[in-house]
Design a protein around this ligand. Structure first.
Ligand SMILES: [Zn+2]
Length: 359
């Protein structure tokens, strides 16, 4: 339901070193992007100074079986006794899955607030070139989550905007999938998602404009921690719905691989609201769309297929996205009405049109 221990705030990494040392003495240290390499080098030297023998490892593609098998064989050489994953969602997911498969302690160190993957007992699996494959439940949440504000502050602003969109989706999806649940804990998780959304509606713009300020701290913790609490409490039953299904569909297109997870999910929220409005006759969805569209634009998030780099996408590309999102077993079918790929295509194309207020 939650990591065994969470250390958060400015200087959290230094505070966490004794805890990391207590969990492992020769950790595998997983990262990916060249942009965070200098930062990761600093973290690795502090682990070494604290007496640990570190085996650095790189994720080459994505959180995919190919990378994981390679990392497992690298591990069989070093025999590391723990996994530290430092990076964004893909790295954290891969680190958690690797630790799960090898039965090792897992330490997550998010280097951006783009995700709540540092918290959860779930990893998303992709193909090596980034097409969504499926998600995998893990045995446990991480043993330690280090949420260091000083590290997070160095992330590009775009990753924070992406995290905001992903965290906003919690309410729009959980309220549809689980709002009528009989389980008190799940209902409370749904309400927490509403409070999280309200907080983000109030604080997001301020957070983006003033990194390091009070609103920024509330927002990074909302995206990286509270969103994880909701996933932990609600579990598999507090499911994702159409916003993530649209994301999963979009990842099938190479042209979309340049956009971040939350960027696609935020667009997916607009699409979901449009479906609820058009097919479900839901007035609240119409209102929510009207409220959300300007906010996403203000945060610099993509709100149309063009913004997502799909201006040149062919009809058959878009059909592929819709067929994937509407395939049997997709979370999209948690919507209380049925959606055909054709209706979804219409919503994708019209996602950024303002709602027309009906009499
Ligand atoms: Zn997500």
């Amino acid at each position: 339901m939650a990591p065994v221990r969470v250390i958060r705030g400015s200087g959290a990494w230094q505070d966490a070193l004794p805890q990391i040392r207590a969990l492992c003495s020769s950790p595998l240290f997983l990262g990916r992007s060249s942009a965070t390499q200098p930062l990761r080098n600093t973290l690795i030297s502090s682990l070494t100074s604290a007496g640990m023998k570190v085996a650095p490892a790189l994720l080459r593609h994505d959180c995919c079986n190919e990378d994981l098998s390679r990392l497992q064989s690298e591990w069989s050489v070093h025999r590391s006794d723990g996994v530290i994953a430092a990076g964004g969602g893909k790295v954290l997911d891969a680190g958690k899955l690797l630790a799960d498969r090898l039965d090792l302690p897992c330490i997550t160190v998010p280097l951006s607030a783009s995700t709540c993957a540092g918290w959860t007992a779930l990893s998303n699996l992709y193909s090596p070139d980034g097409a969504f494959f499926g998600d995998q439940a893990l045995k446990y949440c991480p043993d330690l989550l280090v949420f260091d504000h000083d590290l997070l502050r160095q992330a590009p602003p775009r990753t924070l905007a992406s995290g905001i969109a992903d965290a906003l989706a919690k309410w729009y999806e959980a309220s549809v999938s689980s709002g009528a649940s009989q389980d008190g804990l799940i209902l409370q998780a749904v309400q927490m998602a509403r409070v999280l959304r309200d907080q983000l509606l109030i604080d997001s713009v301020d957070a983006m404009q003033n990194p390091g300020g009070d609103a920024w701290i509330r927002v990074i913790e909302a995206c990286g921690l509270t969103a994880g609490v909701i996933g932990g409490l609600g579990g598999a039953r507090c499911r994702t719905v159409a916003a993530h299904a649209v994301h999963n569909g979009l990842t099938q297109l190479q042209a979309c691989h340049g956009s971040l997870h939350g960027e696609k999910v935020g667009f997916g929220v607009l699409v979901q609201l449009r479906l609820e409005e058009r097919l479900g006759g839901n007035r609240l969805a119409e209102q929510a769309h009207r409220q959300l569209l300007p906010l996403l634009k203000q945060l610099g998030l993509p709100v149309s297929l063009d913004d997502l780099g799909l201006s040149k996408a062919s009809l058959s590309d878009l059909q592929q996205v819709c067929d994937f999102a509407c395939r049997e077993g997709s979370d999209l079918h948690h919507l209380p009405f049925s959606v055909t790929p054709g209706a979804l295509l219409e919503a994708l194309v019209g996602a950024s049109e303002p709602s027309v207020r009906r009499p």
